[in-house]
Design a protein around this ligand. Structure first.
Ligand SMILES: NC(=O)c1ccc[n+]([C@@H]2O[C@H](COP(=O)([O-])OP(=O)(O)OC[C@H]3O[C@@H](n4cnc5c(N)ncnc54)[C@H](O)[C@@H]3O)[C@@H](O)[C@H]2O)c1
Ligand SMILES: OC[C@H](O)C(O)[C@@H](O)CO
Length: 361
């Protein structure tokens, strides 16, 4: 027994359990974490089904998973803030720390980032995972290991809000009410937003959004036959503005679906001079109302993963009870059932929201 049971994507649509070698400390600042819980993200399923996201292409076997919590099992000799037995949430991307992006405080733009379960880097669905100690955040006793794994999507939502610079008294529209959309709505509300509107085409997701951060929800009507999608998007944005008395639009739109229609509606629903932030990842290229962006002097931003401070902020939001992540977890699996868990997420059933896989004992 090598001692590190791992859930490995060997090729597209081909997963298997492998008993791999236990990872070793790579330098004196590393820790080895015994993984406790891992949430499944759409990107994990995407690599399993298609083998690529953008320029990240699966070229060899890769361990899946990146939304994990765990218990510190081993510490490097220079690690000061963690000890064996500490419970941590793991930030799954470690930048190079040397490039102009890292040195400029924008480590999310680092081109040399080692990111769990992004080819060629192995992910966290293994008994043990080696990580840089400063990317492991001790969680308070009040948080259990599932909540600690949910720090990852909450940190994504914090980064989206921070990128968009959501402030008190603003009106915020969030396109998409999946985990990222709903958590972005909750973070927007915690940032002081006056009115948060969640948009989705699935009623159960709108219902959940209404129990979280959304003050209002909206289901876009289907396009009438023969109406160009972009014309439909502009009309729907008009309906949203009218229904919620937004006058000339929302201060901020957070796009958390990746759907082309949502991107277009979101642009048209942003007020002149307002900020549209893209976080959803769907089609790589879409029809984009660029003249509207120009004539309305919109601010367009992109958000990827986390910014500095988002992990600690997410831990505070969860541990203080301001965001209840437990209610988002609908299904739980043992490690040995990982493929079943992935299959459930692939089916995109309406009653399935966040799926957790327990670590190897
Ligand atoms: N930028 C980042 O760092 C980052 C991190 C994690 C996930 N993501 C991306 O964010 C997006 C959301 O992630 P998620 O886990 O919540 O995914 P999800 O698939 O669970 O949620 C997407 C939601 O959008 C809704 N939707 C789809 N088409 C729509 C339409 N035409 N109109 C209205 N609603 C529509 C769906 O019903 C669903 O509820 C994904 O594209 C994901 O890849 C980005
Ligand atoms: O939450 C982090 C995201 O899932 C990843 O960045 C992925 O979607 C792209 O590599």
């Amino acid at each position: 027994m090598a001692g590190n049971l791992s859930f490995v994507l060997r090729a597209v649509k081909d997963v298997a359990f492998e008993d791999r070698a236990k990872p070793k400390l790579r330098d004196h600042h590393d820790v080895i974490v015994h993984v406790s819980q891992t949430g499944i993200c759409g990107s994990d399923v995407h690599y399993w089904q298609r083998g690529r996201i953008g320029n990240y292409i699966l070229t060899g076997p890769m361990v899946l998973g990146h939304e994990s919590s765990g218990v510190v099992a081993e510490v490097g000799s220079l690690v000061k803030h963690l000890k064996v037995g500490d419970r941590v949430a793991m930030e799954p991307g470690v930048p190079c720390r040397r490039c102009s992006h890292c040195k400029g405080g924008r480590y999310h733009n680092c081109g040399e980032m080692i990111f769990a379960a992004t080819p060629p880097w192995d992910g966290t669905l293994a008994k043990y995972y080696v990580n840089a100690s400063d990317f492991c955040y001790k969680v308070p006793d009040s948080m259990d290991m599932e909540e600690s794994a949910m720090v990852e999507p909450v940190a994504v939502a914090c980064a989206i809000n921070k990128t968009a610079d959501v402030r008190a008294h603003q009106t915020v529209i969030v396109m998409g009410c999946g985990p990222i959309g709903i958590l972005s709505q909750a973070v927007a509300k915690q940032s002081g937003a006056k009115k948060v509107i969640g948009v989705d085409i699935v009623q159960s997701r709108l219902d959940l959004a209404a129990q979280y951060g959304a003050d209002e929800t909206f289901m876009p009507p289907r396009p009438e036959p023969g109406v160009e999608p972009i014309v439909h998007a502009e009309r729907v944005a008009g309906l949203i503005r009218e229904k919620f008395n937004l006058d000339d639009g929302a201060d901020v739109v957070l796009e958390c679906s990746g759907a082309e229609a949502c991107i277009q509606m979101g642009i048209f629903a942003t007020k002149p001079g307002g900020t549209f932030t893209q976080a959803g990842m769907g089609k790589e290229n879409v029809l984009f109302p660029i003249t509207h962006v120009c004539t309305q002097a919109l601010v367009i931003k992109g958000s990827i993963r986390y910014l500095n401070g988002c992990y600690p902020a997410a831990i505070d939001l969860i541990s203080s009870g301001k965001i209840n992540v437990k209610r988002l977890i609908t299904n739980r699996y043992k490690f040995e059932q990982a493929e079943e868990a992935f299959e459930l997420v692939r089916q995109a059933r309406q009653d399935v929201f966040k799926v957790m896989i327990e670590g190897v004992q």
